[in-house]
Design a protein around this ligand. Structure first.
Ligand SMILES: Nc1ncnc2c1ncn2[C@@H]1O[C@H](COP(=O)(O)OP(=O)(O)OP(=O)(O)O)[C@@H](O)[C@H]1O
Ligand code: SF4
Ligand SMILES: [Mg+2]
Length: 334
């Protein structure tokens, strides 16, 4: 199977000082040397605690942030290759028709003054794919049915819909331009639990129907593991373990991954007992500000298996078994 999206040694830091003070350079190292390959037609789940860099990584794929280092390469179905290091404005617009980002909170991303037809087609209208109003109307009606809404809903406004329905509208807006790839960033987090499973089931159906490749980000590990083919576990801006969802669920090896999954009763693995030491709060990566990047393993401050080298060198991802990688100096020992 070929790759559709590749992150190659991506780094992103934010300068916390603006204007005159920017040269003082207090940085947040949000994403550090991340490499991810997503195969066409598959779902890649990105998991990790709040602030570990999931959204920052995803936003770079659609040019909402520019990486400070590394390249992001998208291989379109039509053979065109989009490289973040070599893209003009027109390429970026074209790419944004192929990759759609669905946000967490639909109430913030739907313009309350527009009706649903206008919302679905506002981006489409300005693209080179615009088929004219009549055809767009037919396409919009079809998409509304696909996401479980009615064609008459096209004339209503966002305020007339529930949270779950608004998320269906966001999904319809993403799909109308027939993307190849969607990024689902916490798309169910703002919804009631009962509605969450309806939206997830909808996404499962649409993934098949539209032959989508997906980058899936959700706080709920059970959902992400169930929904994804591969999982990347992120900690402080680094991928610390990566493997098939089956491997991560049944044979996770990195102390952080074990800690993360052990916090969920249904995933608790007695043989992994207590993995972290210290609190369960993630320390924000801004701890490494003043321009000083991370030295040593990102998990060392919480890891009870730490040895001398862990605070001196950054562990690289190393192969555990076919397609399964972990970045720990003690792989295979613990
Ligand atoms: N625009 C920004 N300016 C400065 N710092 C930022 C910006 N965006 C993100 N950060 C910082 O980068 C780090 C990673 O943030 P990011 O939003 O990617 O995390 P996340 O894994 O998506 O978290 P969550 O699960 O809470 O959504 C955090 O320390 C965050 O405060
Ligand atoms: S490299 Fe060292 S500190 Fe990091 S997870 Fe492995 S044992 Fe723990
Ligand atoms: Mg996020």
């Amino acid at each position: 199977m070929d790759n559709i999206l590749e992150f190659k040694n991506i780094e992103k830091h934010f300068n916390l000082e603006a204007g005159l003070f920017s040269s003082f350079g207090r940085f947040v190292y949000a994403v550090n040397d991340v490499s991810i390959s997503i195969q066409r037609g598959t779902t890649y789940g990105l998991v990790g605690e709040s602030g570990c860099g999931k959204t920052t990584t995803a936003r770079m794929a659609v040019g909402l942030y520019t990486p400070n280092k590394g390249n992001i390469v998208y291989y379109a179905q039509n053979g065109k290759i989009f490289d973040s290091g070599n893209m003009n404005k027109q390429d970026l617009n074209e790419l944004r028709g192929k990759i759609k980002y669905i946000f967490q909170d639909p109430s913030k991303s739907l313009n309350p003054r527009m009706n649903i037809f206008q919302i679905l087609t506002s981006g489409y209208h300005h693209s080179s794919l615009w088929p004219g109003k009549m055809k767009a109307r037919i396409e919009a009606e079809k998409i509304m049915l696909d996401v479980g809404l009615a064609t008459e809903d096209l004339l209503r406004r966002p305020a007339e819909f529930s949270g779950g329905q608004r998320q269906r509208i966001s999904i319809a807006r993403a799909l109308i331009m027939k993307p190849e790839f969607i990024i689902c960033d916490e798309v169910v987090s703002a919804l009631d639990v009962s509605i969450q499973s309806q939206i997830l089931n909808l996404l499962l159906g649409l993934r098949e129907k539209y032959k989508l490749s997906i980058l899936f980000i959700a706080h709920d590990l059970t959902v992400t593991t169930f929904f994804s083919d591969r999982i990347g576990v992120m900690y402080r801006g680094r991928i610390v373990e990566e493997g098939s969802a089956l491997e991560i669920a049944g044979n996770r090896v990195h102390p952080y991954t074990r800690l993360l999954y052990n916090s969920i009763p249904s995933w608790k693995d007695e043989k992994h007992e207590e993995y972290g030491m210290g609190d369960n709060e993630v320390s924000n990566s801004s701890e490494f500000d003043s321009g000083v990047a991370l030295k040593g393993c990102p998990f060392a401050h919480r890891c009870k298996f730490k040895i001398e080298i862990c605070t001196e060198q950054i562990p690289e991802l190393r192969s555990i078994s076919s397609g399964h990688f972990s970045a720990c100096f003690r792989n295979g020992e613990i």
